[in-house]
Design a protein. Sequence first.
Length: 205
Amino acid sequence: VPSIYILGSPVHTLTLQESVQHISKLLERGGLHQIITANPEILYSARKDEDLQKLIAGASLVTADGIGVVWAARQQGEKLRERVTGIDLMAELLTVAGSKNWSCYFLGAAPGVAEKAGQKIKELHPGLSIAGTRHGYFKKEEEQIIIEEILEKKPQLLFVGLGAPRQEKWINNLFKTVTEKQARNLQQAGHIAMGVGGSFDVFAG
Ligand code: UDP
């Protein structure tokens, strides 16, 4: 994937449609893939947060989310054709999910919001299957149950709306807790996880 470096982190220079095509290929290829829509705040935090910087460098796709990122690229003389925001990428992926019967899991936002967003999304894309929804105000001790539920349901698309960069770290931690045996099972079909900030609130209306 073509990329440039902004504030020490790689950002891939794909358009929205190219990003969707790339993610579709990753799903066909198999394995676990983290997608990051990198806004200036995340990239600035990553400069002082080594774990976050490593996580971004290890992601399967890092899109430029924010006009500030597009400008930063331009100042380096690099062409970044368009910004790819979390909500736009999520909306496009849901459309493809509807036509390909992909399963989705929505984690995050206040109680009831992810569920309502799920209902509205299902109305828009009846072909998509909702593997599960869960709100984002859980206690530390509930985290293991949530992780087990996601690993059991094996959604093709996992959307996490806990705010950045917490959601990115949460996804990275989820991937790290996958055992070797689970990884072999999960390898056959692809699995995509991405942070979506407050997008569930928008979809719930
Ligand atoms: N949120 C959550 N659990 C928390 C804190 C926040 O699920 O403990 C949700 C919140 O309800 C909102 C989203 O995370 O839906 C954060 O949205 P925001 O637009 O602030 O995300 P950012 O732009 O910071 O990524």
